[in-house]
Design a protein around this ligand. Structure first.
Ligand SMILES: Cc1cc2nc3c(=O)[nH]c(=O)nc-3n(C[C@H](O)[C@H](O)[C@H](O)COP(=O)(O)O)c2cc1C
Length: 187
């Protein structure tokens, strides 16, 4: 049985230099976490490894986001997104996540990796408003309509999802350098 904390409206802030890593199998079962994941989520490595990744799913997250994430990964594409996660204490933490599939020599997807970093306030503000609207639409009209809303939103900004996210979350300066080194280490 997985312990499901009740969400409380308190934020966990963490250093921009603390990257959170996890790896999963093709069903989203966690196979690896780094120490920052444990420290920030409040779960031990034993609690996380073997658990489904939705262990940190926050009820404020629209389903459409995960639908798009899974669609990209299982078709072999990397994708980035902004995610509100739920810690064991019920507090939340916002991250920018870069997710990517790993392939074997024959080109089959063998595992999925996520690198996350703290989301700056301007990213949280933009995303929070968008997700609240999407969640509302999902509750009333289902996920398809929320995806349609996101598509309309992107059209209005004349951007693809990837371009919109890239513009929103571009890592800058030293963080970009550190993140690249980190990805090489854990990739
Ligand atoms: C590598 C990887 C990392 C993930 N990281 C997160 C995460 O940090 N938070 C989250 O809510 N879901 C994450 N997910 C998505 C979950 O697997 C799941 O789809 C999501 O929490 C929605 O849960 P549900 O499908 O039970 O509704 C991740 C998936 C993968 C493949």
């Amino acid at each position: 049985m997985i312990y499901r904390p009740i969400a409380i409206d308190e934020e966990i802030k963490f250093s921009k230099k603390k990257f959170i890593v996890s790896k999963t199998d093709l069903k989203g079962k966690i196979t690896f976490v780094n120490k920052n994941f444990c420290d920030i989520s409040g779960y031990s490595e034993d609690e996380l490894v073997g658990a489904p990744h939705n262990i940190v799913r926050h009820p404020d997250m629209p389903r459409a986001v995960f639908y798009l994430v899974w669609k990209a990964l299982l078709s072999g594409r990397a994708i980035s997104g902004v995610v509100k996660n739920l810690s064991k204490s019920g507090k939340y933490y916002w991250v920018i996540a870069d997710l990517e599939p790993k392939f074997d020599r024959d080109g089959n997807i063998v595992s999925l990796t996520a690198f996350r970093r703290a989301a700056p306030q301007n990213v949280i503000d933009t995303t929070e408003e968008l997700y609240a609207t999407m969640l509302n639409i999902e509750k009333k009209h289902g996920m398809e309509k929320s995806i349609a809303y996101l598509e309309g939103f992107l059209e209005e900004h004349d951007m693809t999802y990837d371009a919109f996210i890239a513009e929103l979350i571009k890592p800058k300066g030293i963080i970009a350098t550190l993140l690249a080194a980190f990805k090489r280490m854990f990739g």
